[in-house]
Write a protein that binds this ligand. Structure first.
Ligand SMILES: C[S@@+](CC[C@H](N)C(=O)[O-])C[C@H]1O[C@@H](n2cnc3c(N)ncnc32)[C@H](O)[C@@H]1O
Length: 213
């Protein structure tokens, strides 16, 4: 459950950093401002940090550069191999949003970029509840992910992708579990978080969810 996309990430790992730098026209707009948005997330994080779906460790590196403690979780073996090469100082473990090693440390921030959409709604709710329980009292979940404002906006983006011949992107937008903003907001609120959303580019949003008192 939740890791059905891992084969794809093993294959994508070696060219992933080129994609996020804008080399692939299909995904250029998805990752527009990538470096800056990851920096914003890193700046917001408070140590000790738990990061899910580290990929090639681009966010991890920025958090470590601020002398914060970060534990990373990543299901793809090939992504982990590259992440360890790029960021040997980080502790990166095999696992995923649902299954990950038991941690002795307190957790002040749970962070993730471009990965939460790998979980379906039921799984999202399950893990958010678990992170709520694991977070320190003033802890926060800080995610960046592709979201849709609503169904009409989703359909518009899919149509645009098809018109441009971006068929991989169009298929992606229809098959992965990208949330609607309202649904995700309700999920966080029902679990007791205070949540805010900020749109960063056409696809990506910054989501900050603070554990309520
Ligand atoms: C688009 S990449 C994002 C990588 C990195 N966070 C970034 O911002 O560039 C998605 C990452 O999530 C990982 N992933 C896929 N399914 C996952 C799951 N169920 N739990 C945690 N990570 C997952 C993939 O292996 C991949 O490394």
């Amino acid at each position: 459950m939740g890791v059905e996309f891992v084969d794809l990430f093993n294959e994508w790992a070696s060219s992933y950093d080129d994609t996020v730098s804008g080399s692939d026209p299909e995904y250029k707009e998805v990752f527009e401002g990538y470096d800056k948005m990851l920096q914003e997330l890193a700046d917001l994080s408070v140590s000790p940090v738990l990061e899910f779906g580290v990929g090639t460790a681009n966010l991890t590196k920025k958090i470590i550069a601020q002398n914060k403690v970060v534990v990373g979780i990543e299901p793809s073996e090939e992504m982990r191999r590259i992440a360890n090469l790029k960021c040997p100082e980080a502790a990166i473990y095999a696992g995923d949003f649902i299954h990950f090693p038991a941690l002795e440390m307190p957790i002040r921030s749970v962070v993730s970029s471009f990965a939460f959409h790998h979980l379906n709604d039921q799984e999202k709710r399950l893990v958010l509840k678990e992170y709520y329980d694991k977070l320190e009292i003033d802890g926060e979940i800080i995610f960046i992910d592709t979201l849709f404002r609503n169904e009409a906006y989703k359909n518009k983006l899919i149509q645009e992708a098809e018109q441009k011949g971006f068929l991989n992107l169009a298929q992606d937008l229809q098959t992965e579990y990208y949330s609607y903003q309202d649904d995700l907001e309700q999920m966080f609120l029902q679990l007791g978080f205070e949540v805010s959303f900020k749109q960063i580019n056409k696809f990506a949003w910054l989501i900050q969810a603070k554990k309520g008192e």
